[in-house]
Design a protein around this ligand. Structure first.
Ligand SMILES: [Zn+2]
Length: 253
């Protein structure tokens, strides 16, 4: 099954309505496709939220009394304005449900995913690093100086590639914070452009191909390799940043 077929059947899958073969096919696909499993998880969250008791309200006694009285009045005096007809009450109740759903489900739908939040963290950390005095904790162009500097400061040892021969000069490293954890930031320079390469142990054991996006004018690249997450960000052009990422991958594999 491809992604679009999987997404067509995802509702049925979430509700366990599919036949066994199709169910297993989708399960297989979700095991290997991050994009579809993200959509799947969002649907599971939405489904359980819609089932939650918090969405069902019992009308308080006084409200029920008022509604019943209003309905009776309408029955006795048919010339009363249409405001109090049963249809209107029904419509008002429906509108109230829609409003409750919008209030409860709206924020959930717009809550950023982990990667989305991480991308924001990366942009913030990058911009912060460009402020005076924030770029490096260990200014050095020597990877054998930068790498050991992290020892004892992080619970992992970030790989530091020497790419000076290819025109990407190591400027140094620093401790930073992204994705809810301390991370290593390695700083490179190409011409007048700085590149921050954020590195930390991945929670996924799967290797991932490179994902690219542009955010607040910066190019971002994300990939997972050797149980390590890499985020590169720069105002360098996209082609050269991709070249940088290729070199990092090649050097560290
Ligand atoms: Zn897919």
């Amino acid at each position: 099954m491809n992604c679009s077929e999987v997404r067509t059947f995802l509702h049925g899958y979430v509700d366990s309505e599919l036949d066994l073969v199709r169910h297993l096919e989708i399960e297989d696909h979700l095991g290997t496709c991050d994009a579809c499993s993200q959509i799947y998880r969002a649907q599971v969250v939405l489904r359980s939220a819609l089932k939650s008791d918090e969405l069902y309200f019992t009308a308080p006694a006084h409200l029920e009394r008022q509604v019943r009285m209003a309905a009776q009045r309408t029955e006795r005096k048919p010339w009363l304005p249409r405001l109090l007809t049963r249809e209107w009450i029904g419509a008002a109740a429906a509108a109230a449900v829609v409003l409750a759903l919008a209030v409860l489900v709206g924020p959930m739908l717009s809550r950023p995913t982990l990667t989305e939040r991480t991308a924001q963290d990366i942009v913030s950390a990058h911009i912060r690093s460009l402020m005076p005095g924030h770029l490096t904790d260990v200014p050095s162009s020597q990877n054998h100086t930068v790498r050991p500097w992290f020892a004892g400061k992080l619970d992992f040892s970030p790989p530091v590639a020497d790419l000076s021969a290819e025109g990407f000069e190591l400027v140094g490293g620093r401790l930073d914070y992204a994705a809810d954890r301390p991370v290593a930031a390695l700083v490179y320079r190409k011409g007048g452009h700085l590149i921050n390469l954020f590195v930390w142990p991945s929670e996924s054991t799967r290797e991932s191909a490179e994902a690219a996006e542009v955010r607040q004018g910066y190019d971002l690249l994300f990939w997972t390799r050797g149980k390590t997450d890499f985020w590169a960000i720069s105002d360098l052009n996209a082609t050269e940043l991709r070249q940088f990422a290729d070199l990092v991958r090649a050097r560290l594999s």
